[in-house]
Ligand binder design. Structure first.
Ligand code: APR
Length: 239
């Protein structure tokens, strides 16, 4: 590689699976325990806010008992040393990428550890429950905080920045995602249109596997550190 390639990495629930965080669509996954329509839509929140707040309170508490795994650590290491442009776009709402040290990171589906005030629009870091309807730390309004999670039917965050990075990508790597949900499932095609090389690292072929130049199947904690070492070795050779 003559110049340092620009890298875009998309991660999904599979990158956090080995940290003990349930994926959505694997056997026994989250959506098998709850109908999406009952917990992850604005209509569900309007219909039964207590059910939705309880679901997310449970998830918010659960992720705080988990730790980053070797895949998160390897991506954070790459982020720290990569001299080219690099962006990790995660669909995940846990904070394991940050806790591993990743900096160049976008949470396109929001974050468990953030509360969004429907009165003043402020986002606040939040680690406790929302079910007891606490007041907004910014405007003081009572009971206006909702999970800062992008629900089905809502617009994912930072899409301009994501498409800007995809259009400049030389390498697009998709890790631990089923390719079941758009717009993330379409990123591989954006990257290909920009001329990027595309690689999928996943436990099994995703729904979009055929769009990738290369696919490696297995656990993220094995695949990701190996790939990171390869890409760093290649950049050292060409330096
Ligand atoms: N290592 C690598 N891949 C894994 C592992 C693992 N240890 N465990 C599971 N996987 C793979 C599965 O094979 C599957 O392809 O991770 C993928 C997880 O897919 P989903 O459960 O559909 O999760 P994700 O793709 O992140 O879902 C996308 O859907 O419900 C919405 O907003 C939610 O962000 C989520 C989006």
């Amino acid at each position: 590689m003559d110049s340092i390639p620009n890298i875009v990495i998309l991660t999904g629930a599979g990158v956090s699976a080995e940290s003990g965080i349930d994926t959505f669509r694997d056997g026994g996954g989250l959506w098998e325990q709850h109908r999406v329509e009952d917990v992850a839509t604005p209509e569900a929140f309007a219909r039964d806010p207590d059910l939705v707040l309880r679901f997310y309170d449970m998830r918010r508490a659960a992720i705080q008992t988990k730790a980053p795994n070797a895949a998160h650590d390897a991506l954070a290491r790459l982020d720290a040393v990569w001299p080219g442009e690099l962006l990790i776009v995660t669909q995940n709402v846990d904070d394991l990428h940050e806790r591993a040290g990743a900096k160049r990171l976008i949470h396109m589906h929001g974050e468990h550890l953030s509360a969004w005030c429907t009165a003043c629009d402020a986002r606040s870091r939040w680690t406790g429950p929302l079910g007891d309807r606490p007041a907004c730390p910014s405007c003081g309004a009572p009971g206006t905080l909702r999970p800062d999670i992008v629900w089905f039917g809502e617009m994912p965050y930072r899409m301009d920045a994501i498409y800007h990075a995809l259009n400049r990508a030389d390498l697009f790597v998709s890790i631990g995602t089923s390719g079941a949900v758009y717009p993330a499932a379409g990123f591989v095609r954006e990257a290909r249109a920009a001329g990027a090389r595309t690689i999928e690292l996943n436990m099994e072929p995703s729904q979009g596997s055929h769009w990738f130049d290369e696919a490696r199947h297995g656990p993220a904690t094995a695949l990701v550190p190996t790939w990171v070492e390869e890409i760093l070795a290649a950049s050292t050779r060409s330096a």
